[in-house]
Design a protein around this ligand. Structure first.
Ligand code: ATP
Ligand code: MG
Length: 507
C-alpha cells in the first residue's frame, strides 16, 4: 500500500518527430489535489492525454503506474476502468441532449435490455446533488451556463467511480462565483477520497486548494513542490526567471473621441421585442484603454458583437461614430474597413479555422495586406506571420503548422495577431488573456499598452478585475444590457463595481 496512487516516469512524446514531452515525472498521492502548471505549450494537456489513454501505448515512451501496477492504456476506456477520468480543456458534452442523457451516454442503466429511464433519472438526481447542481435532469445541456456544464462533467465522472479526477483549466471560462464553487467541490471530493490533478494558470486558486505541485517547462518537469511556495517562486520555476511589474507603466494622454456609441439598442435574436442592449452610450478616445466590467451575462460580449458587423441580435436604433463621423458597421467587412477589430472570447467557435496554417491564420482578416495583383504573396505572408510570432512569442513548430495543433494559449495569441494585422483604430478585446500563462500575459499587456501609445483606442472586456484595474484608464459597468456606471480606473474597485450593479434600476 506504499505505492503512490499514480506514478508517471520518464514520459516522452513526439508529434511528427518534434518532442512535446521529454522525460516527465509525476507522482500523485492518494486523495491529494496536485497542481500541474507551466507556460502555454509546456506540455500539460499532452501529459494528461498520455495518462488517460487519449494517446495510447505505445505512442509515448515511459512508464505509468497506478498503485504500483504498470499500466498500458489502449484508450480512454482503459484508464476509466481504473477510475481515472479527465475533463478536457474544451468541454465534451452534447449540447442537444439532456443532462441525464449526457450523464449516461454509452452506458445507460438497463433492465432486460431496455434503458431504464426511471433508474436513470434517480441516479442523475443523486449525482447532481453530489456536485450541488440544482437543475432538472431533463434540461438540455446547451441551455446551461459553462459553470453548470462543468458540474455536469464532474457528475459524469462521479458516475464512473472516479478516484483520480483530471481537470484541464476548469475555471478558465468561469466567473468568480462558479470558480469558487468548483474549487469547493474539489475539496469536498477530496474528503471523500477522490484525488485530483488541477491544471490552471490562475496561481492564486491553485495555491488555495492544492497540496503539492509539479511545474513543467518546455516538456520537462523542472520542479516539484512538496508544499506550495509563493506565487513569485512558482512563476520563477515556470518561466525560468523572475517577472517584475505585471502591468506596463504608461504615459496616458488620451486624444479626441475615436469611437462613440449613442443610445445603442439591440433586440435579442430569439426573443422578439426584448431589448437585450438598452440605450448604451460610451466613448473611447485615441490612445485610451477603456474597460467594460460586469458580471457574466451582463451583455458585454453581445454589445461588442452587435457593434462589430451586427454579428449579434437585431439593431434597433442608436448611432455609432468613428472619428466623429457616422460609421457603417452593418457587416463584418464594413466594420473592419471602418477600422474596428474584435478579438473574440470564443477562439474555437469564431476566431480560427483550425486546419489553417499559422501563417494563413495571421493574415486571414486582412489578406489584402499580403496580396500582390490580387494573389496572396506567400513570402510576404510568411514575413508578416514571422514578425508576429516573434513579437507575441507564439510557440509553433513552423508557420505551416495547422493552428489546431497549437496549445490553447498559443491559439489565443494567433487570434490576437490576426486582428492586430488589420491595423485597427479601435481594438475590442473580449477576455484576451483567458487561458494565457503569466509570462505571455505580461507580453500581451505590453503590446496593448504600446498600441494605445500609438493612438489606437482599446475597449477591454475582462472578468479579471486586476486586469481591468491594471490596464485601463476608465471603466464602464454593464448590467442587464445597460451601462449603469462610468468611473476612472483609479477610483474603481471590485466593491465599487458591485455597488454600481446592485444600485442599477430594475426594469
Ligand atoms: N496534435 C498535435 N500535433 C502536433 N503538435 C501538438 C499536438 N498537440 C500538442 N502539440 C504541441 O505540443 C506542445 C505541448 O502542447 P500542450 O497542449 O500539451 O501544452 P499546454 O501546456 O497544455 O499549453 P496551454 O497552457 O496553452 O494549454 C505544444 O508545442 C503543441 O504545439
Ligand atoms: Mg493545455
Amino acid at each position: 500500500m506504499d505505492a503512490p496512487l499514480l506514478e508517471m516516469r520518464g514520459i516522452a512524446k513526439r508529434f511528427n518527430g518534434v518532442p512535446a514531452l521529454r522525460g516527465v515525472d509525476l507522482r500523485v498521492a492518494r486523495g491529494e489535489i496536485h497542481a500541474l502548471v507551466g507556460e502555454n505549450g509546456a506540455g500539460k494537456s499532452t501529459l494528461m492525454k498520455v495518462l488517460c489513454g487519449v494517446y495510447p501505448h505505445p505512442s509515448y515512451e515511459g512508464e505509468i503506474r497506478v498503485e504500483g501496477r504498470a499500466c498500458r492504456f489502449a484508450g480512454i476506456a482503459d484508464s476509466e476502468r481504473l477510475g481515472i477520468v479527465i475533463i478536457h480543456q474544451e468541454l465534451a458534452l452534447v449540447p442537444t441532449l439532456s443532462i441525464t442523457e449526457n450523464l449516461f451516454l454509452g452506458h445507460e442503466p438497463a433492465r432486460h435490455g431496455w434503458v431504464d429511464t426511471v433508474a436513470a433519472h434517480a441516479r442523475a438526481r443523486a449525482l447532481l446533488a453530489r456536485v450541488g447542481l440544482d437543475a432538472d435532469p431533463d434540461t438540455q445541456v446547451g441551455r446551461l451556463g459553462v459553470g453548470q456544464q462543468q458540474l455536469v462533467e464532474i457528475a459524469k465522472a462521479l458516475g464512473k467511480q472516479v478516484r483520480l479526477l483530471v481537470l484541464d483549466e476548469p475555471t478558465a471560462s468561469l466567473n468568480e462565483r462558479d470558480s469558487q464553487a468548483l474549487l469547493a467541490l474539489l475539496l469536498q471530493l477530496q474528503t471523500e477520497g477522490v484525488a485530483s490533478i488541477l491544471i490552471s494558470h490562475k496561481l492564486g486558486e491553485v495555491r488555495r486548494v492544492a497540496q503539492r505541485m509539479t511545474v513543467l517547462r518546455d516538456g520537462a518537469s523542472v520542479a516539484g513542490f512538496e508544499t506550495l511556495p509563493d506565487e513569485d517562486a512558482i512563476i520563477q520555476a515556470m518561466v525560468g526567471r523572475p517577472l517584475d511589474g505585471r502591468y506596463p507603466q504608461r504615459r496616458t494622454m488620451p486624444g479626441d473621441p475615436l469611437f462613440e456609441l449613442r443610445d445603442w439598442c439591440v433586440e435579442h435574436p430569439q426573443r422578439r421585442g426584448h431589448l437585450a442592449i438598452r440605450q448604451a452610450s460610451l466613448t473611447v478616445r485615441r490612445g485610451e484603454i477603456v474597460g467594460l466590467a460586469g458580471l457574466m451575462g451582463a451583455g458585454r460580449t453581445e454589445l461588442a458583437m452587435s457593434v462589430f458587423g451586427r454579428s449579434w441580435g437585431r439593431w434597433r436604433g442608436g448611432q455609432a461614430l468613428v472619428g466623429g463621423q457616422p460609421a457603417d458597421l452593418s457587416s463584418v467587412p464594413r466594420a473592419i474597413a471602418a477600422g474596428i477589430a474584435y478579438v473574440t472570447e470564443d477562439r474555437k467557435g469564431l476566431g480560427l479555422v483550425l486546419g489553417d496554417s499559422v501563417a494563413r491564420s495571421t493574415s486571414l482578416a486582412h489578406l489584402r495586406g499580403v496580396a500582390r495583383r490580387g494573389l496572396v504573396d506567400e513570402p510576404r505572408e510568411h514575413a508578416v506571420a514571422q514578425d508576429f510570432r516573434r513579437r507575441l512569442a507564439i510557440r509553433c513548430r513552423d508557420l505551416a503548422q495547422p493552428v489546431g495543433q497549437l496549445s490553447g494559449g498559443n491559439q489565443q495569441k494567433v487570434v490576437l495577431a490576426k486582428w492586430l494585422f488589420t491595423g485597427p483604430r479601435l481594438l475590442i478585446l473580449d477576455e484576451p488573456t483567458r487561458g494565457i500563462d503569466v509570462g505571455a500575459k505580461q507580453e500581451i499587456y505590453a503590446l496593448i499598452a504600446s498600441l494605445a501609445e500609438q493612438g489606437c483606442g482599446v475597449l477591454l472586456i475582462s472578468s479579471e478585475m486586476p486586469e481591468l484595474l491594471g490596464l485601463c484608464e476608465r471603466l464602464y459597468v454593464m448590467n442587464e444590457g445597460a451601462i449603469v456606471a462610468e468611473m476612472p480606473a483609479a477610483q474603481a474597485s471590485q466593491e465599487a463595481i458591485l455597488r454600481a450593479i446592485v444600485g442599477a434600476p430594475l426594469h
